[in-house]
Design a protein around this ligand. Structure first.
Ligand code: AKB
Length: 307
């Protein structure tokens, strides 16, 4: 059956790419956001995830049977207003769950993040079910929703599937994340402008190409529940990089980017995140592996950037 999918946060860093891929995958897609996005090739409605009535109307009008819930405030922006971050990320998650329960929608995709880990996790190589004491409100809010997700799944109330995304590399303008430098560097290289980086040159974090993130998510959503060993989010991993390694790579593909460093509060966030992630469970359960390494990612994304 062709799914009828509602996407929240469709104008954001992940949303717009998922819209395109889910349409290509032969689904009906209704994109929603509080910001318009004219580049989307599907129905679009303004929708604030706090507006329950509006959500109810949209689900009925468009006969929705799945939701991809991307509306969220990211880590670095979240530290500027932690209470608003809690409100949007958690109340938004609950509101969408409530709408799904009311309208008998059985399946939700919701992204978690490597931000759920903290200094009590084994940050050199975090396992799927590691100890977690996140140090940003974004991470706290994601972890709280992970617990609610586990509850809903265990009680068979809704089938919520999730992956803990690392930094995602795409050609979308960055928007409030700690991993944003990786995209910003590609933009600056393409514009032939100097770049001032807010993380230390040797700050290693896990990253991945947007297409790999989408491919794994859609596979996870399609797979029979009996194949899944987790009722909480799966770790995912592709490659690890640091500002200086990414710079070397950008130079190796022919861009002469000049870098300065002005380290700020985001370095502390990066220090509390994993350097490497163990995603054995996901790879085994959905039979997935990434298609792009770091070099292929840089080459592909820089070519997609239009100035
Ligand atoms: C961020 O940097 O906040 C995000 C994330 C890793 O969840 N990209």
């Amino acid at each position: 059956m062709k799914n009828r999918i509602l996407i929240t946060g469709a104008s954001g860093q992940l949303g717009e790419f998922f819209v395109k891929s889910l349409i290509q995958d032969n689904n009906y897609v209704l994109a929603t956001d509080i910001r318009e996005n004219k580049s989307l090739d599907c129905d679009f409605e303004f929708f604030d995830i706090f507006n329950f009535e509006m959500g109810d109307q949209l689900i009925k009008k468009y006969k929705i049977n799945q939701v991809y819930n991307f509306a969220a405030i990211l880590s670095a922006k979240g530290e500027k207003d932690p209470l608003l971050t809690w409100e949007i990320n958690n109340a938004g998650f609950i509101n969408i769950a409530r709408l799904c329960l009311k309208n008998d929608i059985k399946k939700i995709f919701w992204p978690s993040s490597i931000a759920v880990f903290g200094h009590n996790s084994n940050l050199d190589f975090v396992k799927n079910d590691e100890a977690m004491l996140p140090e940003t409100m974004y991470g706290v809010s994601k972890l709280a929703c992970e617990k609610v997700m586990f509850y809903f799944n265990s009680k068979n109330l809704i089938d919520i599937r999730s992956i803990r995304f690392p930094g995602i590399v795409s050609n979308s303008e960055p928007g409030g994340g700690t991993t944003d430098y990786i995209i910003d560097m590609l933009y600056h290289a393409k514009k032939e402008k100097n770049y001032t980086c807010f993380l230390k040159e040797n700050a290693f974090l896990p990253m991945m190409h947007i297409d790999d993130a989408i491919d794994a998510s859609i596979k996870l959503m399609k797979i029979d529940k009996s194949s899944l060993s987790k009722r909480s989010p799966y770790n995912i991993s592709s490659f690890e990089t640091s500002p200086s390694r990414w710079l070397d790579l950008i130079k190796s593909i022919g861009y002469d980017l000049k870098m300065n460093y002005k380290v700020d509060y985001r370095q502390k966030i990066a220090d509390s995140w994993p350097k490497k992630v163990d995603d054995t469970a996901l790879r085994k359960d959905i039979k997935w592996s990434p298609k792009y390494n770091d070099l292929e990612t840089a080459k592909h994304i820089i070519n997609l950037i239009q100035l």
